[in-house]
Design a protein around this ligand. Structure first.
Ligand code: SAH
Length: 248
């Protein structure tokens, strides 16, 4: 099944951009995923093809009009009724690997890209459009965010990554950052690869990697570490029930 991506944008020329190269590009050529762009300006209703207007209440910049956005969203949804419609916005819920995995398992995604000061808020009330952020910083437009989201989804599609297992141990998949990697040369500028990785003892290697992943997560990402720890200390009631049953 083809994962169908539709991007609603004022700059369709930005696509596929980097997604036309490397693994994603090959997968696009092979039909593992498909990409179509919708020019938001085509849904403008005046003869100047206006998509934005000044912010109500005053202030700098321009705001994308809800009527134009809704017409573009309706067009995309009619073509692909089952794909969720996400709007790139720094005010949205931050994108996570879990969300990426859920999206990649679905039929595809429709992404609305903002520009200027962003969207008229009423688009989120009048249409089933979910704001999604790619992080706590401001981009000049949603297109780069859409490329990030699509890249993260596409690499998970069946057949895109070389080794089927290589998605499983990545950072965030287990709730932890990944352990550090090393490759040849064994000695580089006097720095050697940790002895344990050359030992051939798989159990010892696995234990070392888990320890590294935990330590680095604790030091670099206390937010992730807290979540990981509390998930282990306080398992969901179903899991607690199961472990009690196991001891019988
Ligand atoms: N005035 C807005 C920022 C607008 S930036 C605010 O302060 O919230 C213009 C567009 O870039 C946004 O509409 C959105 O589509 C995109 N964008 C900017 N930062 C983003 C982020 N962190 N995640 C996702 N999209 C972002």
């Amino acid at each position: 099944m083809t994962f169908a991506a539709t991007v609603l944008t004022l700059y369709p020329d930005m696509f596929p951009g980097p997604l036309g190269a490397s693994l994603a590009g090959r997968a696009l050529a092979e039909g593992v995923w498909s990409l179509s762009t919708v020019q938001i300006r085509d849904f403008a209703i005046d003869r100047h093809r206006t998509v934005d207007d000044t912010p109500a209440g005053g202030g700098a910049g321009m705001v994308l009009r809800p009527d134009v956005l809704a017409a573009a969203v309706d067009h995309a949804r009619a073509r692909q009724p089952h794909a969720p419609v996400l709007a790139m916005s720094p005010r949205g819920k931050p994108l996570t690997q879990a969300r990426v995995r859920a999206l990649a398992a679905g039929p595809g995604v429709t992404i609305l890209c903002g520009r200027f000061e962003g969207f008229d808020e009423r688009i989120f009330e009048g249409r089933d459009v979910e704001p999604v952020s790619i992080g706590d910083y401001i981009l000049s437009g949603g297109e780069v965010g859409a490329l990030v989201l699509l890249d993260a989804c596409i690499r998970l599609l069946p057949g895109v990554m070389g080794a089927a297992s290589s998605g499983i141990e990545e950072s965030f998949e287990s709730g932890l950052l990944e352990y550090p990697h090393y490759t040849r040369p064994v000695d580089w500028e006097g720095r050697t690869i940790p002895e344990v990785l050359r030992s051939g003892d798989h159990a010892k290697i696995a234990a070392w990697r888990k320890h590294q992943a935990e330590t680095e997560t604790r030091l670099r990402r206390p937010d992730l570490w807290e979540r990981y720890r509390s998930a282990r200390v306080d398992p969901p009631s179903g899991a607690r029930q199961k472990s009690r049953d196991d001891t019988k």
